[in-house]
Design a protein around this ligand. Structure first.
Ligand code: ADP
Length: 381
């Protein structure tokens, strides 16, 4: 019964035909989306794609031009932000500088009038003390309770800012690039901390970022936006292994996907360009069976292998002779920029072999790792 009650309090967010327009500029274009309850949903996309606008519409800080928003079955489209029981955390930490951490945490539960502190009528003094103590141990900030914000690191400030929102026991947590002002090392720590926090609270969290690696690390579910439209929704694995369009394939992954143009000519497939390398095997069969006259094949840098003359060439591969343009060493990886018929490709390898610029290299692409995109940039299966 208790579990059922808990489940009922978790919020699903449903967005129907949502459009936001400023004069002639359509910032969000007919967005339809279901954000599952109790999960971390990441809204990902390049700068200007409409992520913050979508989050602000969910929060009630903006009103849509058209469309509706539901929290579970309640239509909240016309309900003001302060009545939606949501929490919002932004990239800057909006803490009161003249208040200690403890005072900052208590603030949402108390109100001030004529310089005197009044408790909101929801909680007693003891309840407020208990809530502050619970939150401080949950956030591991017990030793900072009497400090002022200026005495805290970026990560600590952000934890207090999150704590101040948590204390109100919101139904939905909205986070807008909360880690972008935190230095890189701490960011990893904070990511794992946010995941742990979510596991404990199981609240619906909606997290905005432009950083695909952050989205992949945090999200149970990713909503990828481009120019105000949803381009794909799915788990991190679905977006990485099954990108529906070239845009998704390029946006997701530590290295942008490599692309080569192809052409279907009299039932034979070729890489289009000066050399017209023949594409055989599974890739060609798919192109033939769908009758796609031209498009691009895509493959990830980390799936390429180097041809080894001492080993027999496997079946079902494409062999390409390239020239090494650049070699970058990052810890145990080497990232090679190679040129095939004037086109730049990236090849990532963990081999210890030394590569030199301007040397030639033969790379191998396995058909299982090749994606086919048609002229409309959509993936063909
Ligand atoms: P993101 O968060 O993905 O970077 P935003 O949601 O902040 O994108 O903005 C999306 C687009 O909407 C941008 O091109 C931005 O310039 C435009 N925009 C946002 N707010 C306004 C506004 N008040 N008036 C006009 N254009 C706006």
């Amino acid at each position: 019964m208790e579990q059922l009650k808990e489940e009922m309090f978790k919020m699903k967010v449903e967005i129907k035909d949502l459009t936001k327009q400023y004069r002639k500029k359509i910032v969000l274009n007919n967005v339809n989306l279901v954000i599952p309850k109790g999960k971390i949903t990441v809204i990902l996309g390049p700068s200007g794609s409409g992520k913050t606008t979508l989050l602000r519409l969910i929060a009630g800080l903006l009103h849509p031009t058209s469309g509706e928003i539901f929290f579970n079955k309640t239509n909240v489209t016309n309900i003001p932000a302060n009545k939606r029981n949501i929490a919002m955390v932004f990239q800057n930490y909006p803490l009161f500088p003249h208040m200690t951490v403890k005072e900052n945490l208590k603030f949402p539960l108390e109100s001030k009038k004529d310089g005197k502190i009044f408790r909101t009528n929801v909680y007693s003094k003891d309840e407020i003390e208990k809530k502050v103590n619970d939150i401080s141990s949950l956030l591991h900030i017990e030793e900072h309770m009497d400090k002022y914000p200026s005495q805290l690191s970026g990560g600590e400030k952000q934890r207090v800012a999150i704590g101040r929102e948590l204390i109100r026991d919101p139904d939905i947590f909205l986070l807008d690039e909360p880690l972008s002002n935190i230095d890189a090392r701490l960011r990893y720590e904070m990511r794992s901390w946010i995941r742990k926090l979510h596991e404990m609270l199981e609240k619906t969290m909606i997290y905005v970022t432009h950083d695909q690696s952050e989205a992949m690390a945090l999200g149970d579910w990713i909503v990828l936006l481009d120019e105000g439209k949803i381009v794909q929704v799915g788990t991190p694995d679905e977006l990485y292994y099954d990108p529906h369009t070239r845009f998704v394939a390029q946006f997701i992954g530590n290295y942008p996907m490599n692309f080569l143009p192809f052409v279907l000519d009299k039932q034979s497939c070729y890489i289009d360009g000066e050399r017209r390398e023949l594409i055989s095997g599974k890739t060609c069969k798919t192109i033939q069976s769908k009758g796609i006259p031209r498009g691009t094949i895509g493959f990830r840098a980390e799936t390429i292998r180097e041809f080894n003359q001492n080993k027999p060439l496997e079946r079902d591969v494409i062999k390409l002779e390239c020239i090494i343009e650049d070699v970058e060493k990052v810890l145990d990886q080497q990232i090679l920029t190679v040129i095939y018929s004037g086109i730049q490709l990236f090849y990532v390898t963990k081999t210890k072999k030394k590569f030199s610029k301007k040397d030639s290299i033969i790379i191998i692409l396995h058909h299982d790792n090749i994606y086919i995109f048609d002229e409309n940039l959509c993936k063909i299966d």
